[in-house]
Every structure is written in C-alpha cells, then in structure tokens.
Design a binder for this molecule. Structure first.
Ligand SMILES: NC(=O)C1=CN([C@@H]2O[C@H](COP(=O)(O)OP(=O)(O)OC[C@H]3O[C@@H](n4cnc5c(N)ncnc54)[C@H](OP(=O)(O)O)[C@@H]3O)[C@@H](O)[C@H]2O)[C@H](O)CC1
Ligand SMILES: [K+]
Length: 505
C-alpha cells in the first residue's frame, strides 16, 4: 500500500474531482458519511456528541458529520474555532447547510474561555485540522488542544483524518497534538501514524476508503509504502514439484558464543522453517553438542576456539553458500572482529548482518565500508544509534536510515512497531505485522534466520527483507494469539512459522 504525502493527497483529491463525476462538496459528504457510519457502529445516540471544527476542510468534514448525526437522532453540539477569517469554500458551504437545519447546535470558540463544560457521557469529535496542518499550533488554539486532551480519561476522542496538530509527513514531536482514542483516516495511512513518537496519539487507526481516483493512486509513485498481502503475494514463490534440496540453497549461519548458543539455535531453527535447502551453522566448540542435539536438521562447523568464533573466514574464498547470516549471540571479541574483517575481504554476495556483528561494525567502522552491496542490516534502535548516530526526531532518523541505505547500497531495517525498511533506491517500506510480545530475547535471532533462509532460496535482498519481516511478524501474531503477548517466547514465533506460511501470504 502506498503512503502518500499531504501534498499528494491534495493532488489525489483534485484529480478525483476533475476526472470522476464527483464535486468537492460531494466528496466531503462521502468522507464525512463514512465517518458517521463508523461512528454509528460504535456509539449510540445516548452519548451527546461534541464536535470541534477548524476553518478548513477538516472542519468541513466535522460540519457534515454534525448535520448527518443530528439527522440520525444524535444530540450534537458543534464548536467552530475562530482561528482564521478565511474559511475554505466547502467549510462555508457546509456551515450554511448546518445553519439552515440546526442553527442552535452551532457555537463559536475564539478563546480558551469559550471552551464548553462536557457532560460525563459526551464523545468528542476532533475535526480541527487534518492534512492542511503545516506548522505547530500555538496560543489559545494550543490551549484548546490541551483542554480536549485533559478530557481523555473521561471521554472518548475520535479524530477525523489526523489527530489535530499532527503533521502528516513531518515530525510533530513536542507540538500540541490531540491524543485520540480513534483516528478515522481517509483512504491512506499517513506517514506520521507509523512513527514511534506518535504511537500514543492516534489511538486505533481506521482507514476509510472514500473513492479517490484509482488511476491517480496507481500512477503516482511514492517514496513510502506499507507492506500488505498484495505485495507479499507478488514476492512469494511456491516450491516447484521437481525441487530437491539443492534447489533452495545452502545457507551458513555464523553465530553463538559461550552463554549465547541459544541465539544460534533459534536462528538455525527459523532458517530451516523458512524453506532453506541446507543449513550449516558455524559455532565455537562449546556450541557443538547443543546445536547438534537441538537441531539435527542443521549441519555444524566448529571453530578451533572453545568460547567464541575466531576463524569463520577460513575457506570462504571458494565456499559455495547461497547466503550467510552472521551475528546472533556472536560476542564482540577482537578475534571475532578480525575474522569478520577477513570474511568481508573475500565474501562479496549479500549477507544478513545482525546483533553482535552490527556491534562489531560500530566498534570498527572501517568494516562497514566492506559490507557487500545489497546486504541486509537488522538493527534495533540502540544498535542503529551505535552504528549511525542519534537523531532529533523520528523523521530525521528515517532520513538518516535512508541516506545510509542509499549511499552504502544496503538494505537497512529499523525494528519497531512498524519496522522501517530502507532500500538502496531511496524507498522505505513499513511492516504492519507483529506485536509488543515480540519485544523479547531471541526474537531478532529468529528474524535473522528467516532472512538468511529466504536469501539462500534465491529471493532478492528486497524480497527477502519484505517477505521475511512480514512472515516473522505474522508468526509473532499467531504466537501471541495462542500464548498471549506476555507469555510468548521467541521459540513460539518459530512454531508459528508453519501457519504463517500457510495463512499469511
Ligand atoms: N483527502 C481528501 O481527498 C479529502 C479530504 N478532506 C478533508 O480535508 C482535509 C484537508 O483540508 P484542508 O483545508 O486542506 O486543511 P485542514 O482543514 O487540515 O487545515 C486547513 C486550515 O488550518 C489552518 N492551519 C493550518 N495550520 C495551522 C496552525 N498551525 N495554526 C492555525 N491554523 C492552522 C489553515 O489556516 P492558514 O492560516 O494556514 O490558511 C486552514 O484554515 C483533510 O484532512 C480531510 O479531513 C475532504 O473533506 C474530503 C476529501
Ligand atoms: K482532525
């Protein structure tokens, strides 16, 4: 699914009005009508509705909702915030229509002192600002936003299109923003909804289709995308009837150290459950028995060192692995770094680089230059910061992520609720599957195994990344459904992979 910028959404709006038989006023009726249908499914007329409207088209949506809800038997009080003397054309039209039908329901707010008393069972609809928001809200308007937020514990807040104050495709961190329980957003996810810094502001997001031009949507390129099953279906390749284990590649996982062989085992198991043909695991001596007993389907190569890996570069000039994954439980010993340096000197195909291998790259930044093009780096936010530095806000961090991916020709993901995946062509994908139960030890090791397994099968780096992160999250959702977010472990994610491949594509 494409994620359009506020400017593109305005273009889509205009394109739809010009190229399909609908006027801007009717499009607003349709958009508000969708919100009203949603609202009626969630709240009975016993709740008085308090709608706060700005002077643009977001406010226009609120005015239409006010009319429709009253027509449907709801008690509505509408408050128009007098922040501008220049209402939009459709706002003016919809205000007239509301005035014609329900004049006594309309009130004006020009200052904080005009803010109404709300009855205990009121529901607040926030139609103050939407995609037209371009700068932080200040003065008494900011006061109104804070006042609405003060009601959050007692009253449900439903935002139309965006929580007011939030900028659709920039950071609004530290700005006054409505803290909604629900956001009813038109047609598309907005980039802002996917940023961790806004996690507490949107509440549940519901995307309501309003019939914007399919032609505009399919012909307009976007930088940002939300992975969905349509994308995953185009990536997935069913196994061929004449396959043998050679068809699906031989992967090498370099992982584990004393006390962290479990990380290597988790990666190995998930790699095998992702369809790889053959898997070899390179572990220190202390890992040999553990790996062989825990995962008989994997072959084992053992380092000369007891506790950590020191010689995995040996023989790699002529090795025929289809993919290498390195990092889970690896430790950051100097000898491990040396071996990584020598591996990177000879191995030129894409790798999956995770955990302690990423930490080695941040300790020895010169190694980062040697990472093969199209490799996949899988940092969580702390690892990302150690590698590439800190940022002021989530948009700056996204830009940094993208710059590093483009300039180094790497695929870099940044783990989170919506894991961001930056590609060398500058595009960024967000993954919607997964849940907070996956914030648990070993979850990242499982992902590394999946990505390595997919790469080895011949999926391109981009395909492996999008597909792997999707299926990892999907398996995590199945694990949470079965065990709860609290009780699930990384091993449960692996156990969910079978069903995830069956149902999640
Ligand atoms: N997507 C669609 O196709 C449809 C969207 N609809 C709705 O329309 C809004 C977007 O409407 P727009 O009029 O472009 O913008 P807003 O209503 O969000 O805001 C414009 C008004 O806000 C003022 N503004 C902006 N920033 C500030 C600020 N920081 N402080 C004070 N005032 C601010 C702005 O005033 P200016 O002084 O900047 O002119 C405007 O008055 C979209 O979100 C949907 O809800 C359609 O209804 C259906 C089609
Ligand atoms: K809003």
């Amino acid at each position: 699914m494409k994620i359009f910028s506020a400017e593109q959404i305005r273009e889509a709006d205009q394109f739809t009005i010009q190229h399909t038989p609908i006027s801007s006023s009717d499009l607003m009726e349709r958009a508000a009508g969708k919100c009203v249908s949603w609202y009626e499914d969630h709240f009975t007329p016993d709740h008085p509705v308090y709608i706060f409207c700005g002077k643009g088209n977001n406010g226009g949506d609120g005015l239409v909702m006010a009319r429709l809800l009253q027509q449907h038997g709801y008690t509505v009080n509408t408050f128009i915030l007098q922040h501008s003397n220049n209402p939009s054309k459709d706002h003016t039209l919809k205000l007239q229509q509301l005035t014609d039908h329900y004049p006594s329901s309309i009130h004006s707010i020009g200052d904080l002192s005009d803010f109404p008393e709300l009855p205990a069972n009121a529901v607040i609809i926030d139609a103050i600002f939407g995609t037209g928001m371009s700068r932080p809200v200040e003065g008494w308007l900011a006061g109104i936003i804070h006042r609405i937020n003060d009601h959050r514990l007692q009253h449900t807040i439903v935002s139309v299109d965006l929580p007011s104050g939030m900028i659709a495709d920039e950071s609004s961190v530290h700005f006054p923003v409505i803290q909604a329980h629900y956001t009813l957003s038109f047609e598309f996810y907005k980039l802002a909804f996917l940023l961790p810094e806004n996690a507490m502001l949107t509440g549940e997001v519901h995307i309501l289709p309003i019939g914007l031009s399919p032609e505009y949507i399919s012909n307009t390129p976007t930088r940002y995308h939300l992975t969905d099953s349509t994308i995953i279906k185009t990536i997935y390749r069913p196994r061929t009837p004449f396959a043998n284990k050679g068809t699906y590649g031989h992967a090498l996982l370099i992982a584990g150290s004393y006390g962290k062989i479990g990380a290597a085992v988790l990666s190995a198991k998930s790699c095998l459950r992702s369809g790889v043909g053959l898997l070899s695991c390179y572990v220190p001596q202390c890992g040999y028995d553990i790996m062989q007993i825990s995962e008989p389907c994997a072959m084992c190569i053992v380092d000369e060192n007891t506790h950590y890996n020191t010689h995995f570069h040996q023989g790699m000039e002529s090795a025929r692995y289809k993919a290498i994954g390195i990092g889970p439980g690896l430790d950051t010993q100097t000898a491990t770094a040396k071996s990584l340096e020598r591996l990177l000197a000879v191995w030129k195909s894409p790798m999956v680089i995770d955990a302690d291998a990423l930490n080695l790259l941040s300790i020895y930044p010169s190694l980062l230059q040697e990472v093969p093009k199209n490799s996949i780096l899988t940092p969580h936010p702390k690892e990302f910061e150690r590698l590439f530095g800190s940022s002021q806000n989530d948009i700056d961090r996204l830009e940094l992520l993208s710059r590093e991916a483009v300039s180094r020709h790497l695929y870099i993901l940044l783990k989170g609720r919506y894991t961001a995946m930056a590609c060398p062509d500058g595009s960024i994908y967000f993954n919607p599957t997964g849940n907070p139960g996956m914030a648990t030890g070993g979850s990242g090791d499982v992902l590394t195994g999946i990505l390595t397994g997919l790469l080895a099968q011949g999926y391109s780096s981009k395909e492996a990344l999008l597909f792997g992160v999707w299926i990892h999250g999907y398996a995590g959702d199945l694990a949470a459904a079965e065990h709860s977010q609290e009780a699930m472990t990384a091993a449960d994610i692996i156990n969910g992979l079978g069903k995830a491949f069956q149902e999640g594509i």
